[in-house]
Every structure is written in structure tokens, then in C-alpha cells.
Design a protein around this ligand. Structure first.
Ligand SMILES: [Ca+2]
Length: 467
């Protein structure tokens, strides 16, 4: 707001954005304590600069937005033309760098929440990467979670200790012992809780899509039911340090087994002959050795190397298919497939050579390719089109009627060679043509003088895109 002292007015009025809500007929041309002064009475200024920030309930239209800070968008960002940036950071949700083994529902098959096993393997590119991408346990209680494999509590995110020398990082020491080499401390020394976890931070970040399999070797000397209730979860602690977003998860273990195997989509890339029927640090356990589960549910989005089976696919965006689309049942609905039909209106007319019948009455025109001012169809997309020109002639004169492509090529022709009797005959001219975008198709009589056509609904021009 600025002073308007240089202007000779008795009343000054400063409009703010909500002036739009004031009834337009309620301004007063005279001094008023019940109405806002009108433009006639007052000098008006629009106040549009606000301090600090503004919460706008309606839409905001501006020519340019310049900001020195960040722009946080909780919805989607749609860019109609182009996006220019020096650095594009892709959503890393699908990358994980942390494995957590925990009890999602707090269930334990035995009274103590024991976490014990021999080994966990993360198979990527035919290699178990866990031994080379993890750090040994420090094994001190009460520390914050860091970059070492530890027992911990999921609620407090504080470390807990192992029993004896069975430290947590033995889960990735490339040793599959005869009994177990990972065990959380006994309850008499350190209470075991339902939300205790085995925390396995990786020193590398991997995409879930590249996982072939996660294999868990349970303890090997009985008591395998101690693992029942546990599940394996994947997180990205780099962007989610509180471990709140599960990127992928196995089901809870429900049966006592020696070995559990969780296949991810990239299992298709693993050589089919390389599965091992015995404990192995070089090969993925076979289905003979391990109970197999396929992990197919990921958070948010996924690039899936293998197949994808779902009940329903709903998308608000496009679906681009570079391969074939095979539909084995149901009906394909394609409401936007290019198609048009137009008819003539009026009475009998003689159409001379080169003239185009007035197909002015548009029945439908999906894709907008047909022009009912010049009676020509212009292909909006490339493809194979089928055309029909149907006309009703009451005359007996010979004629030639052609379907043209781009004014030079005759796609199809119907012809009455000689004058004939009878009249009132319907002819159909059909054509099937591979068109490029902007190819033009239309119908016109040629060669003879003219043709008498009945301009009713019997005379029509139609076409549609087949593929
Ligand atoms: Ca081990």
C-alpha cells in the first residue's frame, strides 16, 4: 500500500482479494457506514502484495514462479511441455539398503522371542552379496542403529546384544554352521521382546528388481519353530532412517523348515541348473532343500523383470505396449478408435465430375478426421483404414465413381459402363488402405458428365481405423 496524497480525493478504497465476494450492486456512491464506497466516490487501489506467505484456497494463476527455496509437492506434477533441470533425482523408493528380520504381528511360536539362524543370503547377479556388503557387529546394547549388523528393538531403534559369541553379523559371515551361529541374548540377561529385530544394514544400495532370491538358513538342529512369526522386510534407511516404509516383505514364517527361499522377479535370470539340493554358499538353495515363496508385492511402483500377474489393472495414465497385446476373453472397448460416418441431406441432385457429394450430416466423427465442409477425411493417426461410400442414384446414366487418396491415387472404383434402365439403384464403393498421418481420402464421380444422386440418408460416407 502506498500513500495517495498527490491525488485529490475525499475517499480512498484499498481492495484486497476477497473483494470478489462483495455483492457488485452494493457499492455506495455516497458516504456510507453500511456499504463499501464505489469507484465513483473513492479512488481505488488493488492491494496484491502480501508479506511472508499466503494460503490460497482457490487456484493460483501466475505467469512465472521464481523461488530461491524448495517446492514441495505432495500431489503429482504434470508438465505439458518440457522440464529442464540440472539434476533429476529419481524417487528411490525401490532401492533398498537395509534388511530387517522381525515379527510384524508380534507372534512367536514359543514363549520367548528367539531370533536364531545360521545364515541369510541375498542373491543378486548370481552372487550372495551380504558377506561383502555388511559390517561386523559391535554388539553393544543401547546404541543407535548404524552401519553394523545388530540385534535391536524396532520401537526404540536401539541395539541389543547377542548370546555368547553368536553375534548378529554371523548371519552374513558366509558360514552355514551345523546348528546356529546367530542368537539373541537369553531372556534372563536381556528381556526378549516381540518387536526385537535382526537389523542388517548394507553398505551398498540395490534395486529390489535385481534381487534373485533371499535365502534363510534356519538353525539346523531342531527347534526350527523359533523362526515362526518372523518376516524379512526391505527398507531404504538412507531416505527413511526411521524405517517406516516397507518396500518389500516376505510373508510371516508359519512352518518350521530347515531353509526358506524367497524368490523375487529377477529369479528368472538365475541359471536353472545352478540350484543346490544341499546347504550352499555358492548356489541358491533348490526347492528340494528350501521352502519357496514368491515375493510379488512391492510398495508404490516396480519395474518387473519377470511376469506380472494381477487381478485388475487400473491406470489414470497411458499404457505403452511395445510387444503384443493378447486378449483371450472379453470384449475390447476402444471408445476413441478413429471412425466417422456422414450422410447427405436434401433431394435429388446431379453431381458433376470432380465434385464431391455434400456429406454434410455428421453422424459421428471420433478422432475428428472428417471435415463436413469439404467432405474429406484426413487421417489423424497412421494405420489401416476401411472406407465405404454408399450412394443412391435415381438416374440411368452411366458413371464412374472413385475413392481417392490425396487427389492422385484411386483406392477403389465403382462403374456403370452403359446407360441402363431401372434407376433407383444403391451402389457401394469400398476401400481398404494403409494411411499415413494427414493422408486425405474422399469420393467423387469421374469421367462421365454427371450422376444423379438422391441426397437422403441412403447416401453416406464412412470409414474407420482397423489397426
Ligand atoms: Ca552364518
Amino acid at each position: 500500500m502506498k500513500l495517495l496524497s498527490s491525488v485529490d480525493k475525499r475517499v480512498y478504497r484499498f481492495d484486497f482479494p476477497a473483494i470478489d465476494t462483495y455483492p457488485s450492486g452494493d457499492f455506495s456512491d455516497t458516504d456510507s457506514i453500511t456499504q463499501i464506497a464505489s469507484d465513483t466516490l473513492a479512488l481505488k487501489e488493488v492491494v496484491s502484495e502480501f508479506a511472508e506467505s499466503a494460503n490460497i484456497t482457490g487456484g493460483l494463476k501466475v505467469d512465472t514462479i521464481t523461488t530461491t527455496g524448495n517446492v514441495d509437492i505432495s500431489g503429482s506434477l504434470n508438465v505439458e511441455t518440457s522440464l529442464t533441470t540440472n539434476q533429476l533425482i529419481v524417487n528411490e523408493d525401490l532401492y533398498f539398503d537395509t534388511i530387517v528380520i522381525r515379527r510384524p504381528t508380534g507372534y512367536s511360536d514359543v514363549s520367548e522371542y528367539v531370533i536364531m539362524m545360521r545364515e541369510l543370503q541375498l542373491w543378486i547377479n548370481d552372487v550372495n552379496v551380504l558377506p561383502i556388503t555388511t559390517n561386523d557387529s559391535i554388539n553393544i546394547a543401547g546404541d543407535d542403529l548404524g552401519d553394523t549388523i545388530e540385534f535391536a528393538n524396532f520401537s526404540t531403534k536401539k541395539t541389543k546384544i547377542s548370546q555368547s559369541t553368536n553375534v548378529a553379523s554371523n548371519v552374513a559371515n558366509d558360514v552355514i554352521g551345523g546348528t546356529y551361529d546367530v542368537l539373541n541374548e537369553i531372556i534372563a540377561i536381556q528381556p526378549r521382546l516381540s518387536d526385537d529385530i535382526l537389523y542388517i544394514p548394507l553398505t551398498s544400495k540395490y534395486t529390489i528388481n535385481n534381487i534373485q532370491s533371499i535365502v534363510c538358513y534356519n538353525r539346523g538342529d531342531g527347534f526350527q519353530n523359533h523362526l515362526i512369526g518372523l518376516a524379512i522386510e526391505l527398507y531404504n534407511r538412507d531416505i527413511d532412517p526411521d524405517l517406516t516404509q516397507i518396500l518389500a516383505s516376505t510373508d510371516e514364517i508359519t512352518t518350521a523348515e530347515d531353509v526358506y527361499r524367497y524368490d523375487f522377479p529377477a529369479i528368472d535370470t538365475y541359471p536353472s541348473g545352478d540350484f543346490s539340493d544341499t546347504d550352499s554358499i555358492t548356489n541358491i538353495a533348490s526347492e528340494t532343500l528350501a521352502l519357496k515363496e514368491v515375493v510379488s508385492e512391492f510398495a508404490d511402483s516396480a519395474n518387473i523383470t519377470g511376469g506380472l500377474k494381477v487381478d485388475t489393472i487400473t491406470t489414470t495414465g497411458n499404457v505403452d505396449i511395445s510387444g503384443d497385446l493378447v486378449v483371450s476373453g472379453g470384449i475390447i472397448s476402444a471408445p476413441n478408435q478413429v471412425a466417422f460416418k456422414a450422410t447427405t441431406t436434401g433431394i435429388l441432385r446431379a453431381i458433376s465430375n470432380g465434385a464431391i457429394p455434400d456429406f454434410e450430416n455428421v453422424i459421428f466423427n471420433i478422432g475428428g478426421g472428417y471435415d463436413n465442409t469439404n467432405y474429406k477425411f484426413t487421417a489423424p493417426v497412421a494405420g489401416k483404414y476401411y472406407f465405404v461410400v454408399r450412394f443412391y442414384t435415381t438416374g440411368n446414366d452411366k458413371f464412374t465413381f472413385d475413392l481417392f487418396l490425396n487427389e492422385t491415387t484411386i483406392i477403389s472404383r465403382v462403374k456403370r459402363q452403359l446407360n441402363a434402365s431401372g434407376g433407383y439403384t444403391i451402389f457401394e464403393l469400398t476401400g481398404f488402405e494403409n494411411l499415413s498421418v494427414d493422408d486425405v481420402v474422399y469420393a467423387t464421380p469421374t469421367q462421365e458428365t454427371n450422376i444423379s444422386i438422391n441426397f437422403d440418408n441412403e447416401t453416406s460416407f464412412l470409414g474407420f481405423l482397423i489397426v
